[in-house]
Design a protein around this ligand. Structure first.
Ligand code: PAF
Length: 307
């Protein structure tokens, strides 16, 4: 039995620290009008559920920045390609509600698919050239699905600001670009990647890693840190150091199968030129066992690096 309060009055339940679970866009729109009438600023944290400490950092940021914190939990089928892990993606609404309660979330919007997609959309969002590289190249159509659902969530919730993680750096850059290009009236704020003590970036997909796979998966952050240490020596040195770590990781048991390790320009995600200097993103994607992982670090090429 789900432990939750449904479609309740936000003021009454928030006073008891219990987030209101809203499943319909109609009820959400009513609540939004109440917040607007009261002049309360609303922050949205869009998620696909399976909340972990990385999401909690996003929620805390939202809590600091707005009067009302709304978390959306929607496992968006349109951003998964055929054969990807939509079916095995963790679905944990009860524990997600516990996390939201602990973080003082006011509203959890957890719609069914038909609430978000009452009809198959004919008009969609084209992510443009930024989706031609890295994740967009490996997962064609993924960012079309991400931007479509994010834009729909913005239009349904109409937040004043929305918070995303730097862990999905290309997604974040694309959302910023969509908001700028389409004049979407929402401020986008970013929160740095949250890591385990040993450096593994938090991800909802980490639950699929066996202990041995988890050990191999640490090669991703090792590669990023090896690259970061070479930032002062330029792009080629960064890539050489990072790729050397991944070459060794290919021989681990279980092996790390690298998709890419690339340096990109942070706003456009264009591949950095060999003589690039200044801010860049060092991004990696690899599969360990059946689990595909991504990670990245900001670097400053030819200058001081931050870890
Ligand atoms: O980052 C995610 O969890 C998803 O891509 C998002 C932004 C919630 C859209 O489904």
């Amino acid at each position: 039995m789900r432990n939750r309060r449904q479609e309740d009055d936000v003021t009454a339940t928030s006073a008891h620290g219990v987030p209101v679970l809203v499943e319909t866009r109609r009820r959400l729109a009513e609540m939004r009008e109440e917040f607007r009438a009261d002049g309360r600023a609303v922050a949205l944290v869009p998620t696909m559920g399976a909340l972990h400490d990385g999401h909690r950092a996003l929620i805390r940021h939202a809590r600091e920045r707005a009067d009302v914190v709304a978390v959306s939990i929607f496992l968006n089928p349109r951003q998964f390609l055929p054969g990807e892990d939509f079916d095995r993606y963790p679905r944990t609404l009860d524990t997600d509600m516990d996390a939201c309660r602990a973080e003082g979330v006011d509203v959890v919007f957890a719609p069914q698919r038909a609430e978000v997609y009452p009809d198959e959309p004919w008009v969609t969002v084209n992510p443009g050239p930024m989706a031609d590289v890295l994740e967009g190249e490996r997962r064609p159509g993924h960012f079309d699905g991400v931007l479509l659902v994010v834009l729909k969530l913005f239009n349904i919730v109409r937040p004043d600001l929305a918070v995303f993680g730097e862990k999905d750096a290309q997604q974040l850059a694309l959302i910023r670009r969509m908001v700028a290009d389409l004049d979407v009236p929402v401020a986008i704020e970013a929160v740095p990647t949250v890591r385990e003590a040993d450096g593994l970036a938090l991800s909802s997909r980490n639950v699929h890693l066996s202990p041995a796979e988890r050990r191999s998966a640490l090669s991703l952050v090792r590669a990023l840190r090896a690259g970061l240490a070479e930032a002062g020596n330029g792009a080629a040195a960064v890539l050489k150091a990072g790729r050397a770590v991944l070459a060794e990781a290919a021989a681990l048991d279980p092996p790390v199968r690298t998709d890419y390790l690339e340096l990109v320009e942070p706003r456009t995600f264009r591949i950095a030129e060999a003589d690039a200097s200044g801010p860049a993103v060092l991004a990696v994607a690899a599969t360990v066992g059946a689990t595909r992982l991504i990670d990245n670090v900001p670097v400053v090429l030819g200058g001081a690096a931050r870890s």
